[in-house]
Design a protein around this ligand. Structure first.
Ligand SMILES: [Zn+2]
Length: 325
């Protein structure tokens, strides 16, 4: 039986669960996950988000309770998104000492000091037009927005945020924020940049979650999903500007980009499994087409296998509370 000697038997390493576990190349733990949460001011009750089953806008007064719950489940980090009732043309509430951005970080730190707080740093939930910065004659004014990003970052750091996470997709935002933080004495505050952020239609459910009032699109500042070289450049420039962590958003449809950037940087890499990715899995599971938890774990594992060290995911709390991880 000469041909038997030539068969390469990979099934040897798959025979039992013990063997499979021993040779598993990628593992997912709660340490890898960051939970994005939506916090709305001036509401009394949790607001369900129809396009994201199981996810709610948290009333601000419930934030301490939720942070305790998240910590108890074993998660170590959250990304804070505020839903403001104080909109203006430039999103000035974001840098008020008593504004929503500051209050969220402070409430979390006062309740669970060891919870790592990532402060999403943008303006789209605080501007009356829903864009990610100051509007000028030709759309969002890049450099005017940079100044305000610096202000917001310092306010968040002062309130206790551990990481500033700029998502405005402005050129130069990382160096502007690093400068502002350092000048204000926050040299220990990190920057996790949304360094490669695509203008994706998969953000659809988030718009409902965050109560976006945007008319038009963000294609003049977020990236074309068809561009690979530009995607790599975007992240590498943020590394040069001093980012501590890079991020690719969305994640599941951009595994090639995660891998491309992984191969070109030594920085930690995060990836954001966005609302549309979450909704696809949720609704397919609700229709009985797939198993929700299995698919959630498989997609998160794939994002990690592609090269992400950290994953932002709306599944994080459920997976933690039900002890799937
Ligand atoms: Zn924005």
């Amino acid at each position: 039986m000469q041909h038997q000697q030539t068969i390469r038997r990979l099934r040897r390493l798959r025979q039992t669960e013990t063997v499979r576990n021993l040779f598993k190349e990628t593992t997912l733990t709660l340490n890898d996950l960051i939970l994005p949460i939506f916090v709305e001011e001036e509401i009394n009750d949790y607001q369900p988000i129809a396009s994201m089953p199981g996810i709610f806008r948290i009333p601000e007064h419930k934030l301490p309770y939720e942070i305790e719950r998240i910590a108890k489940a074993g998660l170590k980090s959250v990304m804070l998104f505020g839903i403001s009732h104080h909109l203006d043309e430039i999103g000035s509430d974001t840098w008020q000492e008593k504004g929503l951005v500051a209050r969220m970080s402070k409430a979390c730190k006062d309740t669970v000091p060891e919870m790592l707080i990532m402060s999403d740093t943008c303006f789209c939930e605080y501007t009356s037009h829903g864009h990610c910065g100051v509007l000028g004659r030709n759309g969002v004014d890049n450099d005017a927005t940079l100044l305000n990003l610096g202000r917001q970052a310092v306010t968040a750091a002062n309130a206790g945020a551990d990481f500033i996470a700029p998502s405005a997709a402005m050129d130069g935002q990382v160096s502007a924020i690093r400068d502002a933080l350092d000048k204000a004495g926050f040299t220990a505050t990190g920057i996790m940049s949304y360094s490669t952020k695509f203008a994706s239609t998969l953000y659809g459910p988030f718009r409902e979650a965050a109560g976006s009032c945007l008319i038009g699109d963000r294609k003049s500042y977020q990236m074309d999903p068809m561009n690979r070289h530009e995607a790599i450049r975007e992240s590498l420039i943020d590394e040069q500007e001093g980012a501590d962590v890079l991020m690719i958003k969305p994640a599941g449809a951009y595994l090639d980009i995660i891998r491309d950037i992984r191969e070109r940087t030594q920085l930690p890499l995060a990836a954001y499994q966005v609302s549309g990715e979450f909704a696809q899995i949720k609704f397919a599971a609700k229709a009985g087409a797939i198993n929700e938890i299995d698919v959630a774990l498989e997609t998160l594992g794939a994002i990690k296998r592609a090269g992400a060290n950290l994953i932002l995911s709306y599944f994080a709390l459920d997976l933690a509370e039900k002890k799937h991880l």
